[in-house]
Each structure stands twice: as C-alpha cells, then as structure tokens.
Design a protein around this ligand. Structure first.
Ligand code: HEM
Length: 490
C-alpha cells in the first residue's frame, strides 16, 4: 500500500486492495473538534479517551490529532507487534523529534538508528552490576543528607520531595560528587528551563521562536559548558570517578576510534536524565501514596525491612535486592501508575496488524495505562493489589507484553534495574525512619505533562521513628491494617 495523507485516511477509512482496513476512527462518546480532532481530548483526559477507544473497537483504533492520524494499539498481542516492529518501519527517532533541541544535534534521536544504538551502548558499562552497587551507596548517602532537613516531625509534599531527591541522586550518579556538592542548585534551575521546552507545541514545531524554547536552548548551552568543565578537570587531574560521565569520557566510536565530543557526552547525559529522573520521582511518589492508602500493606513491608536491615545502618545493593515485598509494591505501582502513559512511533512504511493496516505517515502508539487495566491479563485490574506479583499468582508471568511500564523490544528502558534499585532505596529509607500519614485525600493523576505524577499538593505528615531498627508496626498502624479489607499475600 502506498503512503496515505491524513485527510485521505480519515475520509476513506475502508478496505485496501489486500482486504485490510484502516483502523476505525473514534467518533462516538468523545469530543472531536474541527481542525484539532481528538488533540484536546487527549491532552485533557488521555486515559479516559484511550479506554473509550478500546471499549468501542478493541485492540486497534484511530485518533485524529490535529491532522496527524494516530493508531492506538493495546493489549498484549498488539503491544508485542508494536515493540517488535523494526526501526525502519516504526521509528522512535521520528516520533521523538521534540527532544532533539534538548539532547542536541547528532545525539540519540538526531542520529541514524545504528548510531543511536551505538551511543546508547556506550552507557551500558555504567549500568553493570558493579556500578549499580556503587550507586546504591550514593542512594543511601543522598537519602541521609536529604531527610536530615525533615527534623523530627512535620508535613511535606511527597512529590516535591521525591523530585528534589531524585535530582540530587541523578546529579551525583551522572555527573559526580563535586558537581553534586557545588552545582546542584544552579543545575536544578537549568534543568527546569529545559523541561519547560517540552510541551505540546514542541511536539509539532520544536524550533518556533518562543520564549520557552529560547530558555531551553540557553539552558542546554550552559549545561554543555558545565559538563565540559568536568571533563576538562578530570583530564587535567587524571581523577577517575564511578559515574556516567566518566564512562562516556572513555567511550570510542567503533568505526574511527573517535572519543565522544563534550556536546555528545552532554546530550547522552541529558537523555539519561530525562529518561530516568522524573519517571523515578513519579514512581516513588505514587508508591508512597498507594501504601498510605492501603495500610494493610505496611506490616509485611516493615517486617521485611526488619529482616533485611535489622541492625544495619547503611543500605547495600544485596539488601535492596532482597526486599521482594517492596519490589512487588513497585511492580503494582508501575502497573497502576505508569509514569509514561503513551509510547510513540512514526510509521515509515505500512504496518499490518490483524485485519488492519497502519499506513506510512501515521503515528502509532501503545498505552501502558490502558494495557495495564485489561481484565484479560489482570485479575480485578482496578484494585491495587501487589500480591498479584507474588507466587503462586504471578500474573505478570502469564502474559508477555502485559506489563509495559518500561516499554518492550529493542527500545526497552535501559535504566530499569537502576530505577527499581533507586526507588526501593528511597522507600526503604522512608519506611525505616518515618511514620507517614497521608494528609491530601486521594491524590489524582496530573495529565498536564508527559510524565504523569500526582496533582499537587499531595501532602504527607511524618514523624521520625525513635530507634531506626525498631520498625515493627506501631499500634495505630496495626489497628488501621485490621480495618481494611482482605489483604492478599504480599
Ligand atoms: C521509573 C522509572 C522509569 C520508567 C517508568 C521508564 C520508562 C521507559 C519507557 C516506557 C521506555 C521506552 C520508550 C519507548 O519505547 O519509546 C524507556 C526508554 C528509555 N529509558 Fe527509561 N524509564 C525509567 C527510568 C530510566 C532510567 C533511570 C534511565 C537511565 C539511567 C532511563 C533511560 C532510558 C533510555 C535511554 C531509554 C531509551 C531506550 C531506547 O530507545 O533504546 N530510564 N524508559
């Protein structure tokens, strides 16, 4: 089938010669405006819109996003087809062009797929087990440092907390101790300006002369300057650190043995920062919120902390890895609150799935938020129930591509192990050192950004535990636990 323009596709949603049809366009029960199509509805209530599409049409349907025809796929079979499509058919690079001004020219989504693969491959040595072990000591140090400011009791916004803490952790792991100690405040401001350049307008026209885009470009130039200072200093002194920038400084392109330029190093550091910081902050915040909304989960988690950490003050990777109950809490958090609710590709050639064809020029999308809620793969999907990940249920092992919070296929998240360790370290610290209580009632998701955190304020009240090793549930907690309905094994 030849390439199809958006308007042709909308008007002629019928069969092609091979007897395949275009995905059906969502029309009933949803807002679709002239020119904008479903763009506004997707921005305001994305999950509701996508669920409605699946309810009406099943695994594949179409949206019109201001003229950009978009096929939405959901469910394990369709997810698998999406993630297994090769780059020359479903292109991540073309779908994420709005990130090019942030990551930079010639880096990641601005390079041919083979170069992007090689560049992301440069990061792997920084993610091997021996390195993760070192980062776990950084997680511990950063938690100690951050939570000192909390005092013995008070109220805090949990999302602000996890956001700030993960920025400190990211600057420490990516850019090193000196940078973390001396430049974190300056860096947080620049990072904020970069984030301000990622919005819906950037999706369509990332180079418009808007103030937000000018701030973005200025911030990036300044971050390149700061990264260059680090690389120059390390080359001058010969100091070698265990962080990502060090790994990238020693990488070489295969074909000409060329080292990365400072601009490329900065671009990759920014790709890791954007891939990993906000997403981890969101996951940590939701995990705390869900835990406090389901108090029956607390006693088994505290018991696990006691078993694994009793008597120990610092947190090592092996300890974190043996916190399997905490891991299940995070699995369920990933399922019910995936930080990225849409994963996109641009179709560079026709793609067929089942009886449908997604034509060249369309965007294709899968949604973790929709796929994680389908009853074919998950029992009582609406219920927050970490026990579904425990033996003997292990629902996630029954269907491939049912849990896709970290994507799938060749573009699957490279930072998943890092993220799971980091979030568990933060949760473990909170569990062992504080009694927490949710102040804000039922925080809802905030769909205004690309990473879906809770609407703020989402306040928690905290009281520092007296003896750190004593993490057995307080009477108050135990009483709350018995008042809630049917806990399943965690
Ligand atoms: C809770 C935390 C995280 C979540 C939910 C998450 C989610 C995802 C998802 C869904 C993708 C697939 C995107 C796609 O297919 O288009 C992805 C890719 C990626 N993630 Fe993560 N991520 C997290 C943490 C991290 C961390 C900590 C890092 C870095 C240390 C990272 C680096 C990346 C990179 C570089 C990619 C692109 C891989 C590729 O295209 O080949 N992520 N992530």
């Amino acid at each position: 089938m030849s390439s199809t323009s958006p308007s042709e596709s909308v008007s002629s949603a019928t069969s092609n010669a091979a007897g395949r049809t275009l995905p059906p366009l969502l029309r009933k029960n949803v807002t679709s405006l002239p020119l904008l199509g479903h763009a506004l509805a997707l921005k305001q209530k994305p999950v509701q819109l996508l669920h409605e599409g699946r309810r009406q049409f099943g695994e594949v349907f179409a949206l019109n996003l201001a003229g950009q025809m978009t096929a939405v796929l959901s469910g394990p079979k369709a997810n698998e087809a999406f993630f297994r499509a090769p780059d020359d058919q479903f292109s991540a690079k073309e779908a994420y062009q709005m990130m090019v001004p942030v990551f930079g020219k010639g880096v990641v989504y601005d390079s041919p797929p083979a170069v992007m693969d090689e560049q992301l491959g440069f990061v792997f040595p920084a993610l091997k087990d021996s390195r993760l072990r070192t980062y776990c000591t950084y997680f511990h140090e950063e938690c100690e440092r951050y939570f000192q400011s909390w005092g013995s009791e008070g109220t805090a916004d949990i999302y602000t907390t996890t956001n700030e803490l993960t920025v400190f952790i990211a600057s420490r792991c990516l850019l090193g101790r000196d940078f973390r100690n001396n430049l974190s405040a300056r860096f947080a401001k620049l990072y904020h300006d970069l984030q301000g350049g990622i919005n819906l307008i950037a999706f369509f026209a990332p180079q418009l002369p808007l103030p937000a885009f000018r701030r973005r470009d200025k911030a990036r130039a300044e971050i390149v300057r700061l990264c260059s200072q680090i690389t120059a200093e390390r080359r001058r002194t010969g100091v070698v650190e265990e962080d990502f920038i060090q790994t990238l400084m020693s990488a070489r392109y295969k074909h000409d043995d060329r080292p990365l330029t400072d601009d490329e190093i900065t671009g990759l550091i920014l790709a890791l920062l954007f891939g990993g910081q906000h997403t981890s902050a969101v996951m940590s915040a939701w995990a705390v919120i869900e835990l406090l909304q389901h108090p029956y989960l607390l006693p088994p988690l505290l018991e696990e902390q006691q078993t694994v950490m009793g008597g120990k003050s610092s947190l090592a990777m092996d300890n974190i890895r043996s916190m399997v109950r905490l891991e299940r809490l995070l699995n369920e958090t990933e399922r019910t609150h995936p930080p990225l609710i849409m994963v996109m590709r641009k179709a560079l050639r026709d793609f067929t799935f089942d009886k449908y064809v997604i034509p060249k020029g369309w965007v294709a999308m899968v949604s973790p938020a929709v796929s994680h809620m389908i009853p074919e793969a998950w029992q009582n999907p609406e219920r927050f129930d970490p026990g579904r990940f425990a033996p003997p249920r292990e629902e996630h092992k029954k269907t491939n591509y049912a849990l896709i919070g970290f994507g799938g296929g060749k573009h699957r998240c490279i930072g998943m192990a890092f993220a799971y360790l980091q979030v568990r370290a933060i949760m473990s610290y909170l569990l062992r050192h504080f009694e927490l209580e949710l102040v804000s009632r039922e925080p809802r998701p905030d769909y205004s950004g690309f990473v879906i955190g809770p609407i703020q304020p989402c306040l928690v009240r905290y009281r520092r535990r007296k003896a750190q090793a004593q993490v057995v549930p307080a009477d108050r907690t135990a009483a709350a636990a018995t008042q809630t309905q049917t806990p399943s094994a965690l």
